[in-house]
Design a protein around this ligand. Sequence first.
Ligand code: FAD
Length: 334
Amino acid sequence: MTTFGIDAECGRLIEYDTAAELRELCKSGELDGALPLGGGSNILFTGACRDLTVIHCRNTAFSIRETDNCGIVEVSAAAGCVLDTLCEQTAAAGLWGLENLSGIPGEIGGAVVQNVGAYGAELGDVVARVNCLNVKTNEFVTLTGEECRYGYRDSVFKHHPAKEQLIVTEAVLTLRRDGVPNLSYSGLKERIGRMSGLNLSPTVMRGEVMAMRNGKLPDPKKTGSAGSFFKNPVVSLEFHAEIEKRYGDRVPGHKVTDSDGLERIKLSAAWLIDKSGCKQFSAGGASLWPLQPLVIVNTEGAATGADVINLEKQIIATVRTRFGVELVPEVIHI
Ligand SMILES: Cc1cc2nc3c(=O)[nH]c(=O)nc-3n(C[C@H](O)[C@H](O)[C@H](O)COP(=O)(O)OP(=O)(O)OC[C@H]3O[C@@H](n4cnc5c(N)ncnc54)[C@H](O)[C@@H]3O)c2cc1C
């Protein structure tokens, strides 16, 4: 049930179909300490978890609703809806908003928690509200997009104490019929720029995004991974200047503004890993994807959670020594 394809055993797996069923499970105490699992595409089981209960939503439904607000369409998707299916179907319906996220594995519940992002877009940009079950109170709650406190691969869901866990049951997204393509990622803009005379639709954008992804990332059906293993580190302008001084050359990064309005620099974790000489590193059955060193792969399907952790530790230590930058994993460790 995970894209890493690493053997792991949990004590119990409960699959449910409706929010009402989830509430019943909560009432009978079944959800205490339980782990919600979506498509398992951003999670690493580091060892046996025989005391753990894993829960998974089987509901894949979604619906599209026109609103009175001209051009705006609300799309509701159950937690178990596959994100890429939603990207495909909404693009086919002529709706703008999800096309840049095409090809990201996983389900809506996981995507809402992780605030997935790619090619200049983040899911948080289009989240209107999220319906969840609060495990402590056994009550349904609705969070607005703002209340989800979205940041870079971050959300309020990641900061709730385990006992007050919020289990996502449904997300409502705001997409647009009259939207415009998001070309803020320069590589995508260049590609589209070369396609003269084309009528740019969400489906065309989706096709270009998929083509870019396929050239760079491992196909989860063939090679196990959890996508980008580390987050791109965000540092102060002063620290960036200091790293460049120490390195003796340009260290690529781009300006971002954090929640306090402060300008900071987002570095490329892939570049740091490459320039630290980690590209050839391996540990047991785990290694780095040759086309994208930010991705740790289960090389031939025989890696263990411990192999991945060993490789992760080697990379973190080497980048720290070379650049003084602390890499933080994006992938959730259990
Ligand atoms: C080849 C590949 C490429 C990838 N590319 C990208 C990319 O471009 N951009 C990007 O951002 N990510 C990328 N990822 C990472 C991953 O696909 C996303 O993070 C995805 O959204 C995870 O969704 P999931 O359903 O698989 O979640 P899981 O991995 O199952 O879970 C992730 C987290 O969400 C929690 N969770 C899951 N469902 C629920 C729920 N219903 N309620 C509460 N919590 C829940 C889990 O407990 C866990 O903490 C990639 C992964 C792979 C393998």
